[in-house]
Design a protein around this ligand. Structure first.
Ligand SMILES: Cc1cc2nc3c(=O)[nH]c(=O)nc-3n(C[C@H](O)[C@H](O)[C@H](O)COP(=O)(O)OP(=O)(O)OC[C@H]3O[C@@H](n4cnc5c(N)ncnc54)[C@H](O)[C@@H]3O)c2cc1C
Length: 263
């Protein structure tokens, strides 16, 4: 259970950051779905929901997803169902249930860098960038590897509209459970491939060697490489060996979907 001493609606991002800096026990609150699972004792909960961060905006050059947009909004936004083979919408659709996705937010999902995250796996394959109030804009890949030392507030996630097509595949032991393994592949009109593998169970990472093989048209080699070069671990959902086998299969399925024009 979570206990909150004071609940504040921030009037501005500057105020939100000041509140965050005021005490280690102050926390930004998104949908609160993850926070309420634990036993956090929060001094001041900082609610960003009055700051207009819930929009998903499509311009000619990019898609900007506000931190307070919910997973359900990602799933249903017409632009996200169309662009990039619809992988962003597809990646969030297996997460728990609709009521849950109506609450859980994009900002929390990305900032928390969960290993099991479906959304992060898809965003990484799309070369997304994150916008942080203090640290500024950076590639999601850098944020995942080297997050800023000081606590920050994620305000939006941005994806360039570079004509990429993408395919997402996840394997779950049962509906609503975390993925045992998540894979997303994308290809730009220039033939630049990106491959990300998440829920290893470590957080999503690219496999550069496999990307090079995909670009060379060697799908079988790429799939094998993704299963060998990335590190896989064991937990109650599956062993490292099982995950390696899944990585090979899911990479091939993404390749097939992209080659057959189904994505
Ligand atoms: C039972 C359960 C099952 C789940 N299953 C899956 C799954 O299968 N696949 C999957 O991908 N995800 C899954 N998730 C994770 C879920 O999708 C969300 O990522 C998670 O609930 C966090 O979103 P929230 O809005 O509820 O965050 P909150 O609980 O509000 O916050 C989580 C953390 O993020 C911080 N935070 C919130 N917003 C921001 C911000 N804008 N900037 C900086 N820090 C912020 C908070 O301080 C807190 O530390 C699951 C979660 C639960 C509880």
């Amino acid at each position: 259970m979570i206990s909150i001493q004071e609940y504040r609606f921030a009037e501005s991002l500057d105020e939100a950051l000041q509140l965050l800096d005021a005490s280690r026990k102050n926390r930004v609150i998104g949908g609160g779905m993850w926070l309420r699972l634990g036993h956090a004792s929060v001094k001041t909960a900082i609610d960003l929901s009055r700051l207009g961060l819930d929009r998903i905006e499509a311009t000619e050059d990019e898609i900007a997803i506000g931190a307070m947009a919910t997973l359900r909004e990602v799933e249903t936004a017409p632009c996200l169902r169309e662009l990039f083979g619809g992988v962003l919408a597809e990646s969030v659709s297996p997460i728990v249930g609709v009521q849950f996705r109506n609450m859980a937010t994009v900002g929390a999902s990305v900032y928390s860098r969960y290993g099991f995250s479906d959304l992060l796996t898809a965003l990484l394959a799309l070369d997304a960038r994150v916008e942080l109030r203090r640290a500024g804009t950076m590639a999601l890949e850098d944020f995942l590897k080297n997050p800023p030392e000081k606590r920050d507030i994620l305000t939006s996630v941005r994806v360039r509209r570079d004509g990429r097509r993408a395919a997402y595949r996840t394997f779950r032991r049962s509906a609503t459970d975390f993925g045992v393994l998540n894979v997303c592949a994308s290809i730009s009109p220039e033939g630049d491939w990106r491959l990300s593998v998440g829920a290893r169970p470590a957080r999503a990472a690219r496999c550069l060697e496999a990307e090079a093989l995909l670009a060379a048209g060697d799908a079988a080699g790429a799939a094998k490489t993704a299963s060998e070069k990335l590190r896989y671990g064991s937990n109650l959902r599956g062993s490292a060996e099982y995950r390696r086998a899944l990585a090979e299969v899911l990479t091939l399925r993404c390749w097939d979907a992209l080659k057959e024009g189904k994505a």
